[in-house]
Write a protein that binds this ligand. Sequence first.
Ligand SMILES: [Zn+2]
Ligand SMILES: [Zn+2]
Length: 173
Amino acid sequence: MIRVNVETIKDSKGNTLLFQKEADLSNTDIEEISFAGPVNVKIEFTSSGKIIEAEGTIEAAIQRPCDRCLRRAEFLVEAPFKETYFPAGTTQDILKDEWISFKNEVIDIEPEVLKSLIMAMPMKILCDQNCRGLCPSCGQNLNTGKCACSHEDIDPRLAELRELIKDKHGDKI
Ligand SMILES: [Zn+2]
Ligand SMILES: [Zn+2]
C-alpha cells in the first residue's frame, strides 16, 4: 500500500498536497515487473472540494532478462501519473467511470502506481544495444565468447538486400 492522507485538502477547493515517497514495492506480487530498487513517487493532489485530481511522475528501476541473451538487464522506467479520486458514497451526477473512490481520508495509490509503470514498460529489453544474443545451436552466450558451431556471418538484413538486388539484376552478383 502507498497511503496518502488527504484529510487536510479534501474539503477545500484549490488546496494542494505534494506527496513524495520512496516506496518499497519489492514484495508486490506482479508478473510484469520485478523491481531493482525503491519506486520514486512524486504526485501533486489538488482538491476541487468534491474530487481530488492527482498528477505526477513515477520512477522505478526495473530488472528483467535481456530479450536476446537472457542476462539480467536493469533499466529505468519513468511513467506519468494522472488519476481522479472521489470520496466513496458520493452521489454526484458528475462521476465518471474511470474515477477511483477512497474511504476515510486515505487514498491507496499503489494499484494506479503499478498500472502507470506497466503501461510505460518498453516493448523490448536489451542488456546492451549491441547484445549478440545466444547461439541458436548450442546456447552459448555470444557476448562472453565464441562457440564451436559454424556461423554464417551474414547479417540477415544484408542477406535480404542481396536477394532484392538479385531480383533486379538477374544473377550477376
Ligand atoms: Zn543481452
Ligand atoms: Zn554454438
